[in-house]
Design a protein around this ligand. Structure first.
Ligand code: GDP
Length: 526
């Protein structure tokens, strides 16, 4: 059943994530964005103390402090009649493969940089995943209210290290720490001044400054020179380059003072893509107006242990979702009831009854659903399985209790299938001692916890001294296995051959000694 309204609704939506290194200001920016919102509702939420042991969601903290409705998975708000779905990328202590996976649920990302620190490791990793998946990226250079790097220097770093062309949309008048205003290059170089709001608690009042009055101002003169330079090197926004991930519109500001945030929001609405038809496992994309379909991109254990329930967060890919509708779980072919879609957040929070492509729905009683699963109504569809990302932590897993070996093995297979961790095997180590590989060490904690709780088969992990992995092929295995400090494994999930290295230096020396062997960056296996 085709619903023409779906395409109209999809065009009104922007679904994005903020990618950043811890402390760059993601929570502050989120809050600043939300301050501009007309209304805030949430796409799904989980109450109570975190099962994430000691890791309190920043957003939950915000919710308590500010009384706004947020969730641990997605924040939804309206700006200029556009519905913005901001999907959370877990960072800090809970950085894991799931952090990368949530990027499969967004159409665009905001790369947030600290003006003083510039590009930092976690940002680089997340950037690579976005680039690999072809997600367009806007850049926000934060903390311009305090001393930092030079604006042109930051652009150079983005261009050189990321290989993406920065095309500034706003430009600071004043070096970091001495911000006088922002030039809006999309509005004929209009200069906007700000009145600081205490602690960014309100939207900073803006006023358009008169260029004539600024003519003697040294900072303004410098800004004009820099703008001329930018124009002369052609650093202008080109929609095609941005959408193809070759260029990134850049914004400057201060999240904590809510400066430049409005410009960024305008950029998300005006420049970022709305949800489009998503390619299916068969190849052909499912049209937006087709029947409902969606992909589970995050599963969270219910905070209420007594129920052992799970909440699955689904990104709507096509059609209209109506709470209560019966959908098909593509993996099992079984019907799945969405009656409880949002009952958890029914009382004090607004219920999500209808959702369109780009929206995020939280499904309660979702113990059958796994990350990567497809749900649909009408014509059957399955979206491609979620990719596995390059692991950076490795450990040998063995059963603690030898009388539980059968359950232990079953558990490992299950966790592997669910993508909780990656399982690596080799002839040398034998099947008895699989190696677990993960993007973040928290994945190991989850794996051990679930082996003990769900399979009654506690395990022990012995860390291995490897730091990075490269994809290789059968022809290179002999050489690599003779290289000291290097080991080759087969990843059970997809049969990929992975060579693991104790350090980047070891990798470069092997590459130098054997320039002909295949050692590909493995962002993912898709
Ligand atoms: P997250 O770890 O990326 O979520 O970062 P937070 O939002 O928690 O911010 C980290 C620290 O940077 C906090 O102390 C913030 O107050 C501070 N911060 C965030 N944005 C700004 C900004 O624009 N200017 C300044 N000076 N500090 C900021």
């Amino acid at each position: 059943m085709s619903d023409p309204d779906v395409a109209v609704q999809a065009r009104r939506r922007r679904t994005f994530a903020v990618i950043s290194h811890p402390d760059a200001g993601k929570s502050t920016l989120t809050e600043a964005l939300a301050l501009h919102a007309d209304a805030i509702t949430q796409a799904g939420a989980v109450h109570g103390k975190a099962s994430r042991r000691g890791v309190t969601s920043d957003w939950m903290e915000m919710e308590r402090e500010r009384g706004i409705s947020v969730t641990s998975a997605a924040l939804r708000f309206t700006y200029r009649d556009t519905i913005l779905n901001l999907v959370d990328t877990p960072g800090h202590a809970d950085f894991s493969e799931d952090t990368y996976r949530v990027l499969t649920a967004v159409d665009c990302a905001v790369m947030l940089l600290d003006a003083a620190k510039g590009l930092e490791p976690q940002t680089l990793r997340l950037f690579e995943v976005c680039r690999h998946r072809g997600i367009p990226i806007l850049t926000f250079i934060n903390k311009w209210d305090r001393p930092g790097q030079d604006a042109l220097g930051l652009l150079d770093a983005v261009e050189e290290r990321l290989g993406i062309r920065p095309t500034p949309v706003t430009w600071p008048v004043g070096i970091a720490g001495a911000l006088e205003g922002l030039v809006d290059r999309r509005r004929d170089d209009e200069v906007v001044g700000f009145e600081r709001s205490a602690g960014g608690a309100t939207v900073a009042a803006e006023s358009v400054l008169d260029p004539a009055a600024l003519s003697g101002d040294a900072a303004y003169t410098t800004a004009v020179e820099e703008l001329d330079l930018l124009s002369s090197i052609g650093a202008e926004h080109h929609p095609d380059d941005f959408l193809a991930g070759k260029a990134t519109p850049v914004y400057f500001g201060s999240a904590v003072s809510n400066i430049g945030v409005r410009h960024l929001l305008d950029g998300i609405v005006d420049l970022a893509p709305s949800p489009g038809p998503r390619p299916t496992a068969g190849g052909a994309p499912r049209p937006l107006e087709a029947d409902f379909s969606g992909v589970v991109f995050k599963v969270q254990a219910n905070m209420d242990r007594a129920h052992r329930d799970r909440i699955a967060f689904v990104r709507v890919c096509s059609g209209r979702f109506d709470r209560g509708m019966q959908v098909v779980h593509a993996t099992t072919g079984r019907p799945f009831s969405t009656k409880y879609a949002s009952s958890l957040f029914g009382q004090e929070r607004s219920t999500l009854d209808i959702a369109y492509p780009g929206d995020v729905v939280g499904l309660v009683n979702a113990s059958a659903l796994r990350v990567g699963d497809t749900l649909y109504t009408g014509r059957a569809v399955a979206f491609p399985p979620l990719p596995a990302f390059a692991p950076e932590h490795f450990a040998v897993l063995r059963p603690k209790d030898l009388s539980r070996v059968k359950q232990f093995r079953r558990g490992v297979v299950q966790l592997d299938e669910e993508g909780v961790v990656q399982v690596l095997v080799s002839d040398r180590r034998g099947e008895q001692a699989p190696v677990l590989a993960a993007v973040g060490p928290m994945q190991f904690d989850v794996a051990l916890h679930r082996l003990a709780q769900e399979f009654g088969a506690p395990g022990v992990l012995d860390p291995l001294p490897y730091q990075l992995a490269r994809r290789t092929d059968a022809a290179a295995v002999g050489v690599l296995e003779r290289a000291p400090g290097v080991e080759v494994f087969t990843r059970t999930r997809d049969g990929a051959l992975l060579a693991v290295f104790p350090s980047p230096w070891r990798l470069s020396s092997v590459t130098r000694d054997h320039p002909d062997i295949r050692l590909d960056d493995i962002l993912d296996s898709s």
